[in-house]
Write a protein that binds this ligand. Structure first.
Ligand code: GLU
Length: 484
């Protein structure tokens, strides 16, 4: 995921990211009836490990600081990405680890919450140097079981990708040569190194499935003052990294949404007639930013485009981009949080008051961890999804097709099979189709669990509080089952 040029100026009187997550948690928990003490037990971060290590680079030892935070071990392994950015700090990884706990509970992936981060600017190092740094960080975490298939399973996050996950998995296997489940120590690996198809696009795909599910419910759309489907809806996306790019691309190419604004580190592109997401993405890959892209207005003041009118605003980069400084100027009918924590607790209050519908991060960006879960299961079962049943499914379909062909001949001109029915129906589902189907199902069911609380309780006026109530309820149930 790419990083906006400068951190948004979060006003000084705003709480930190972790405090912001806690404030949102507290709002929800006040509406719940938890046993005394459990509220605090769930909220606090269990442990955060800080490591400082040296790597000899360019003739001298450079010292790096990294973190792995474990928020809740009510289920193990704990799960969450590893972020590489200079802005990484303890408060941030703890906030992100907490969000992982709630996210996993909400989408029913059987994990506790964790997160890691390394203070490094990956753009300052070449591939070989990044490999040395990543392996050294992984070594520190592996030897303390902070990377382990049954205890703590990282994944990509901002500044990391399948490349780093492949190095981490390899490092784990070198240190645990007899662990048959070694590949399951990390998810988001390349498909040729134990990964699963559809993981790279998963978070963006999840954002698309979340919006599709939202648009299936007329009462929910009405709350945002919207109607119809995604076709023609105007979208502004902030951050065209892995998540923002895939979400915007799928919404545009598959659902007909009109992407009118794209905000990146060097400013924003705006075109009310719609931008071509793929073309902008290729431009960024070639030129390092959006500046100079034809067919759009460019403004260096990227953050101002967050405040343009649109149906759907998708913050997909950093936390805190919508804060007390700009929340009252946001005009989007709805916001879907593709990033973790893009709206501060204070901004959330303002937007809720204004009636802006917010699809919260713990749901909206859960596609990544959902497909990570499928990858972890695949690694533990040592078999690709669909391998056993695909051909059997195809031969059963063949039987029906043959019968239909017989009918076709018998009925002559009166009836015939649709031209592509046979090839479509005959094709059994491969891994990618199964991953998409599992992700779609997960996003639909999780949305329905949130909306049920949203619609059935008069004291719950927003989806975020509803999401917290569902997630905290599940974590609490798991503590109760342990006798706590
Ligand atoms: N980093 C992603 C997130 O924030 C993915 C985590 C995972 O797959 O474990 O949800």
């Amino acid at each position: 995921m790419s990083i906006a040029k400068s951190r948004p100026v979060v006003p000084l009187n705003e709480p930190t990211f972790r405090q912001s997550v806690d404030l949102m948690y507290n709002r929800a928990v006040a509406l719940m009836d938890l046993p005394p003490g459990l509220e605090e037990k769930i909220r606090v971060c269990n442990a955060t490990y800080t490591v400082r290590f040296g790597v000899r680079l360019r003739g001298k030892i450079q010292t790096f600081t990294g973190y792995r935070s474990v928020h809740s071990e009510h289920m193990e392994p704990v799960k969450g990405g590893i972020r590489f950015a200079t802005s990484v700090n303890q408060d941030e990884v703890e906030a992100l680890a907490a969000l992982m706990t709630y996210k996993c509970a909400l989408v029913e992936t059987p994990f506790g919450g964790s997160k890691g981060g390394l203070c490094v600017d990956p753009r300052q190092y070449d591939e070989h140097e990044m490999e040395q740094i990543t392996r050294r960080f992984a070594y520190e975490l592996i030897k303390r079981d902070l990377i382990n298939p049954s205890q703590n399973v990282p994944a990509p996050d901002m500044g990391t990708s399948e490349r780093e996950m492949a190095w981490i998995a390899d490092q784990y296997r070198r240190m645990n040569t007899t662990d048959i489940n070694g590949n399951a120590c990390v998810t988001g690996k390349p498909t040729n190194a134990g990964g699963i198809q559809g993981r790279t696009e998963a978070t963006g795909r999840g954002v698309q499935y979340a919006l599709k599910e939202f648009f299936r419910h007329p009462e929910d759309k009405a709350k945002a003052g919207l109607d119809g489907d995604l076709d023609g809806k105007t979208v502004i996306v902030q951050g065209l990294g892995n998540v923002g790019y895939h979400a915007a691309k799928f919404l545009q190419e598959e659902d007909g949404a009109r992407v009118i604004g794209i905000i990146e580190r060097d400013g924003a592109l705006f075109n009310p007639a719609g931008l071509n997401v793929e073309a902008v993405h290729q431009w960024i890959a070639k030129h390092g930013g959006v500046t100079g892209y034809p067919d759009a207005n460019h403004t260096a003041e990227g953050a101002a485009v967050l405040e343009e009118e649109c149906d759907i605003l998708i913050p997909a980069a950093l936390e805190g981009v919508i804060n007390l400084g700009n929340a009252h100027r946001i005009k989007a009918a709805m916001i879907i949080e593709a990033a973790n924590g893009p709206i501060t607790a204070g901004a959330d209050d303002i937007l809720r008051e204004k009636g802006t519908v917010i699809v919260p991060d713990m749901y909206a960006n859960a596609g990544g961890v959902t497909v990570s879960y499928f990858e972890w299961v695949k690694n533990l079962s040592h078999i690709r999804f669909g391998r056993m049943q695909r051909r059997q499914e195809e031969s059963r379909h063949e039987l029906i097709v043959r019968e239909l062909e017989r009918l076709d001949r018998y009925l002559g001109d009166a009836w015939s099979m649709s031209p592509d029915f046979k090839s479509k129906y005959l094709r059994g589902a491969g891994e990618l189709e199964l991953v998409r189907s599992g992700l779609d199902d997960t996003m639909r069911i999780a949305y329905q669990s949130m909306r049920e609380v949203w619609h059935s309780r008069p004291d719950v006026t927003d989806l975020r509080t509803a999401a917290f109530i569902v997630a905290i309820g599940r974590v609490a149930a798991s503590y109760r089952a342990k006798g706590l």
